[in-house]
Each structure stands twice: as C-alpha cells, then as structure tokens.
Write a protein that binds this ligand. Structure first.
Ligand code: GLY
Length: 309
C-alpha cells in the first residue's frame, strides 16, 4: 500500500493513508486526501478560498480515475461548492457521463445535496482586486477581458493544483486532481485537472500519474497518460515522467522558462517519483514504513541542449 501526492497534498496524505490502513480502497483514499486540501483556506490553488477568475469568481476543476476499470469522473468550472473531487466521483458513479462543466456541474451538486457557499474570503478577494488593479491600471474591467487575462498571467499564481495517487491492499490504483486553476483566468477556462489523460490518469496494469503546472501544456501533450504509457513500455516512474515532460519542453512555441510542469507517478510495483521542469520542488508519499507522510525532492528535467536539433 502506498499514497503519493504533490507537495501541497502533505496536509491530506495522512487522511488518505488512514483509509488504506483500514482496508479501504485506493479510490476512497485519494478522495479523502484531496478533500482535506480542498478544505484548507491557506492553499489558494485548490478548493475553498482558491484564487478566482478575472471576474472574482472561484471556478473549480477536478477529476478522479479508478485504475481498475479506467472509469473516470470530472467537473470543470464549478462555482459555489468546495469539494469538486467528490462531485467528480459522483459523476463517475451516478451518470453515464465523464465530465460536467459550469452550470450543469452546479446543478448536479445541488441534486447530490452538496452545500452551496461563497468560496472566496475577503482577504483573497483583496488579493484579486490588487492583482486586477496592477493589470488594468485602475481596477475597472475592460470590455475585452482577454486583454486583461493576458496581462495578469502571473506565474506565481497560475500553476497550483493538488495531485494524489494511491495503491490499496488489493493492488488497485486510483488518482485524483483538484484545482482552482489559473488565477485571474478567463471565465470558463478549463485546465488539465479535469481532463482524463491530461492532468490525471490511472491504470492498474501499469501505474498512475498526475500533473501540476500549466494545464494548457498537459492538455496539449496528454502528459499524465504519456507517463503511464511510458511505464507500460517498461520504464520505472522517474524516466517515465522525464519522457513525458520532454514532450512538454519540446513544444516549439513554448520557451523552456515557460514550460512549468511537475508530475508525480506511481507504478503497480509501488515505485514512485516526482519530476519537474523546475529546480527545488517536492512531492510527498507515505508507505507502511512511515509514521507520517514524507516529503521528497523531485528530480529536475535537464534543460534541452539548443545545439541538438
Ligand atoms: N494545472 C492546473 C491548471 O492549469 O488548471
């Protein structure tokens, strides 16, 4: 048994581990871990008090994958409900669909009995207002939001997400991703976290992987699925992540500095890795040998040599 996550999953990983240790499923474990992070008001990249879109509305994306069946559920641009990961699971379990977006996702949350609430605190609303003022010289919204969104793409605020992967006592794998997405994004923008195969994938036969970073890149490169495919071809998790990230940094219109992407991977043998295009990032994990969740350094993808075509 093992549970693995992005560094910001640390606060939820022990809750996920308790599920596994009590004989629960990998699916229950990843959901339990992600819910703790979604509740955390200090994590402004996920769930309650996440950074809002350019209009000041919190829009959440999440998905969950059952590696035994490759069933998946997801929600995108969900407003007013703090646990998109649980709603994603209900999409998978109760609907003949995979992904619900916007008002439809909200309606389904209501039908499922989720409590509607304002997700933005006054403090974070003030951060949003300040960001808007800096980007729009005065704080009033221009008619063309697209211009403003381009100006306010501050890399410090755009790349956060929580990832959790788990393998339970029966060898079943599951994965989950949840995010408030790109801060000050265009309303309705959807990132990689709710897109199966882009930001999140699990397959009991090979392994599981999930991404944080610029979701647009993971969507273009099907990054999570690429990591799992690389493990399928026999690579251990770390080189599998490197192979998938190489596709991201090789995108011809994206400079290396802009290719911000971090992945975590877990194979069916319980081996795990975190790899990033940036130095100094971490991921976390817990096994039966650990008393609590542990942080580990992510490997760093080597910068491509410009002399090589
Ligand atoms: N990786 C999160 C996002 O781009 O929305």
């Amino acid at each position: 048994m093992i549970i693995v996550g992005s560094a910001n999953a640390l606060s939820g990983l022990d809750a996920g581990w308790e599920v596994l240790a009590a004989g629960g499923s990998a699916l229950d474990a990843v959901e339990a871990a992600v819910r703790v992070v979604e509740d955390d008001p200090d994590d402004h990249t996920v769930g309650f008090d996440g950074y809002p879109n350019v209009l000041g509305e919190v829009e959440l994306d999440a998905s969950i994958v059952d590696g035994s069946t490759r069933r998946t559920g997801a929600v995108a641009a969900l407003q007013g409900y703090r646990h998109p990961v649980s709603l994603a699971r209900l999409v998978m379990e109760r609907l003949p669909h995979v992904l619900l977006a916007g008002a439809g996702a909200g309606r389904f949350a209501e039908e499922c009995g989720f409590a509607r609430e304002e997700l933005l605190t006054e403090q974070t609303r003030a951060v949003w207002r300040a960001g808007l003022e800096a980007a729009s010289s005065g704080g009033s919204l221009p008619e063309q939001l697209s211009q403003l969104v381009r100006m306010s793409s501050d890399p410090e605020h755009v790349a956060g997400t929580v990832n959790v992967l788990a393998c339970d006592g029966s060898g079943r794998l599951a994965s989950a991703a949840s995010t408030s997405g790109w801060a000050w994004k265009y309303p309705g923008r959807v990132g990689d976290s709710p897109i199966a195969g882009a930001g999140n994938w699990a397959d009991d036969r090979y392994g599981a992987a999930a991404c944080t970073g610029f979701g647009e890149l993971a969507i273009r490169c099907s990054t999570a699925r690429s990591v799992v495919e690389a493990m399928r071809s026999g690579l251990p998790p770390e080189p599998a992540c490197e192979r998938a990230l190489r596709e991201v940094v090789d995108l011809p219109d994206v400079p290396f500095e802009g290719a911000i992407m971090h992945v975590v991977a877990l194979d069916r043998a319980g081996r795990h890795a975190g790899v990033s295009t940036r130095a100094g990032t971490q991921y976390c994990y817990r096994t039966a040998r650990d008393e609590r969740a542990q942080l580990a350094r992510r490997a760093v993808l080597e910068r491509p040599d410009p002399r090589r075509g």
